[in-house]
Design a protein around this ligand. Structure first.
Ligand SMILES: Cc1ncc(COP(=O)(O)O)c(C=O)c1O
Length: 365
């Protein structure tokens, strides 16, 4: 189905786009969790079900990003992220399907079962993986490779962390229009707050811009799950501005939106020690969401978002508000693809994730 936003802004259909997912994703009321936590109007947007191949929030972004890469004649995608990156994996799965070569530069992050799983899946689906000890080195390695490939005569396509380029974030501007449609069809009342993880801020920025353009009062409460220097309210505001400028180039009838950072909501107390570090609270939120609602949350993004959002609302005495939690974590089980896979088939620098304990193993001790 074509993006619903094309119906309002016809000029946007000159932007490359390709259908990868199944939309709209369902909205469900979280009755049991709501009851336990004291919220009468708690809902979830099941973006974990955005595709039967591989779901989560990258599908909406890649519909624009990969179409753009194709339209500009690129053959190689260079993706960056953490070692357990869902973005690198999603870019590989959908990119390889479309015939791209995919090179992944990944930086070190705390070890976890999903890191092992995603690395094996990256390898299975054909990412050319490169390890970097930290983010600055990763960006340097990426820059050198990008320049080298350019000199060889082939300009690769850069897929940034979280696939959060202005064109990729269009996926979440469109998601806001999808939510408005679902509200109009009576699936839920208009949300007061939408809870979204802020990893690279593309999801939250796209949604907040989309709600504004869709004429809704809904505010995004972005839960910071990445490093404090990387995710700030001023970045939130400037990303909204960048997506808006990008849209207005394709369709000048899109109104100008210029939020001030003070108007935006960023919850900063739920990260824990660092990016991708487990916290005791996020572990118990994962358990609770599974037992009560059958939702599979992850320790890096969605559990911290649900936990942080509800905690913040409780502290503000806003338990009566209408809340929509964005479940942005893929729920398609791909483990059969890597059953019996040997990590020794990965580049040697990745053995560390299989030879050192995971956070789950450390917690169990
Ligand atoms: C499962 C999941 N949820 C949420 C996010 C955060 O989205 P964004 O990068 O758009 O802030 C990411 C990735 O960054 C993710 O992998």
């Amino acid at each position: 189905m074509k993006p619903i936003i094309f119906e309002t802004y016809h000029g946007l259909d000159s932007i490359p786009w390709i259908g990868l997912g199944e939309f709209p994703t369902p909205i469900q009321k979280l009755e049991k969790l709501g009851e336990v936590e004291g919220f009468k109007n708690l809902y979830v947007k099941r973006d974990d079900k955005s595709s039967p191949i591989y779901g989560g929030n990258k599908v909406r972004k890649l519909e624009w990003v990969l179409a753009d890469a194709k339209a500009t004649g690129r053959k190689t995608l260079i993706a960056v992220g953490g070692s357990g990156s869902n973005q690198v994996l999603a870019t590989t799965i959908y990119g390889r399907n479309m015939g791209f070569r995919v090179v992944g530069f990944v930086f070190d992050q705390p070890n976890a079962e999903y890191v092992r799983r995603n690395l094996l899946l990256d390898h299975h689906y054909g990412t050319e993986l490169h390890y970097a000890p930290n983010l600055p080195v990763e960006l340097l390695m990426f820059g050198l490779t990008y320049a080298w490939e350019g000199l060889r005569g082939e300009k690769p396509y850069y897929v940034p962390g979280g696939a959060s380029s202005p064109i990729g974030n269009m996926g979440y501007v469109n998601a806001a229009f999808e939510i408005r449609n679902q509200v109009e069809q009576g699936e839920m009342p208009e949300p007061d707050y939408v809870l979204a993880a802020a990893g690279s801020l593309g999801t939250a920025s796209g949604l907040q811009l989309g709600f504004k353009l869709a004429g809704m009062q809904t505010r995004v409460a972005a839960v910071r799950v990445s490093m404090p220097w990387y995710i700030t309210t001023s970045k939130f505001a400037s990303m909204i501005g960048n997506i808006n400028t990008f849209m207005r180039k394709a369709d000048p009838s899109v109104p100008e939106v210029k939020p001030r950072s003070e108007e935006l909501i960023m919850l900063e107390d739920y990260l824990g020690k660092c990016y991708a570090a487990f916290t005791p609270e996020c572990v118990s939120t994962i358990k609770k969401a599974k037992e009560l609602e059958g939702l599979i949350l992850d320790p890096t993004y969605t559990s911290k978002t649900l936990l942080g959002g509800l905690d913040w609302l409780k502290k503000r005495g806003e338990k009566d508000k209408v809340i929509l939690f964005m479940d942005t974590y893929n729920s398609v089980d791909l483990t059969p693809q890597i059953e019996g896979a040997d990590y020794h088939t990965l580049p040697r620098s990745f053995y560390r994730y299989f030879e050192k304990p995971t956070q789950e193993e450390e917690l169990a001790q």
